[in-house]
Design a protein around this ligand. Sequence first.
Ligand code: FAD
Length: 398
Amino acid sequence: MDLELTKSDRAFREEVRDFLQQAIPDTLQDKVLSGKEITRSDHDLWFKILYEKGWIAPSWPKALGGTGWSLTQRYIFDQELSRTPAPLIMPFSIRMLGPVLLEFGTNEQKERFIPGILDGSTFWCQGFSEPGAGSDLASLRTSAVRDGDDYVVNGQKIWTSYAHWADWMFALVRTSSEGRPQEGISFLLIDMSSPGIEVRPIMTIDGHHHLNEVFFNDVRVPVGNRIGEENKGWACAKFLLGHERTGLTGVAETQNLLQHLRIFAETRQTPYGPLSETPSFKRKLTLLETRLKALEITELQCLAREEQTGHVGPEASILKMVGTKLQQEVSEAAVEAMGEYANAHAPGSQLENANEESIGPGFITKTLTLFFFRRAATIYGGSDEVQRNVIAKHVLGL
Ligand SMILES: Cc1cc2nc3c(=O)[nH]c(=O)nc-3n(C[C@H](O)[C@H](O)[C@H](O)COP(=O)(O)OP(=O)(O)OC[C@H]3O[C@@H](n4cnc5c(N)ncnc54)[C@H](O)[C@@H]3O)c2cc1C
């Protein structure tokens, strides 16, 4: 694969960069740069801007809202998007549920759900994990029992990111206890405004509210909201998790943080001059950059294979594992570089409506939040140990 950009790719990059820079509203940009908490309306505003430009779902088929870009163009777009001080577009709808619907949904389901996914009017969350069923997802117990044209759902999900924003959840539920645990699971779309659903917050180490517990008490869900056959939801889940894992690599985002760190280190004084000039810091940064470059090339190779075969392979586990490890190490290096500023971190100052001033430059506030949150990166989307098992079995054939 040729990694040099052609003239037209460079022109494309300019076009994307120009658009993103002028499209991001100042208020949103200020919020992101100063590390303030992002609300659903902030997220939706940026989503709408990208949707109206036709750039919200670059990897989708063109006829269904995709951009028709080449692999290189998609890669350039991702890089430029992550450089833009804008809210992160949540992956649940476009990156996770969308491909499942396109692969397994009926025409009626596509017509019903795709428009809201594409224009962002429906916010989705992922209801897979349960207490006692995270890595071992197949042991999930939330039950869905047929009653006429509905399922009646009872049970509990946990660690559900942004369930408090969500209009709908895609969930794995148990529809049979016969045979292997994987064979009794179905994939349901659940309206979060249904009677019997309760969402309770879980606060995370960064001081923010991303996570929730969701309880189901006799929640009625029409059978028509099931994707794929009854008891065959595991196939949808495996397909979705492959997409989730490639989406979690975060190469462009980590490159962006490294670049900010370089700039910050130039202004940070040590007894020996700027931090950026000290040998140990230079060595650390160079090693991180080299490993990130290697990951970037591996990711591009995986994407190229996906484009040819139409499927994400088990290599996605390598990308997820190495990418999240690098995210953690780069944010750790950033915290080290901040020195005493890190001590003064006040997460409360980032909350919506806070009247407390943040301490230090915006880069610091934002990076510390990221540092804390990134502790979870080697857990969500499948823990490191579980990825190693997948690699051992399906990539190395052990
Ligand atoms: C920030 C965050 C956001 C999340 N968002 C969502 C979401 O939106 N929706 C959702 O459904 N879930 C979500 N999750 C849940 C996530 O997918 C699970 O936490 C993850 O799958 C691990 O499951 P667990 O927490 O139950 O840990 P466990 O599965 O109990 O694992 C505990 C420890 O045992 C190890 N372990 C487990 N099995 C094995 C094995 N076979 N071999 C070796 N070691 C093993 C694990 O690596 C881990 O270290 C989120 C989690 C976090 C932290």
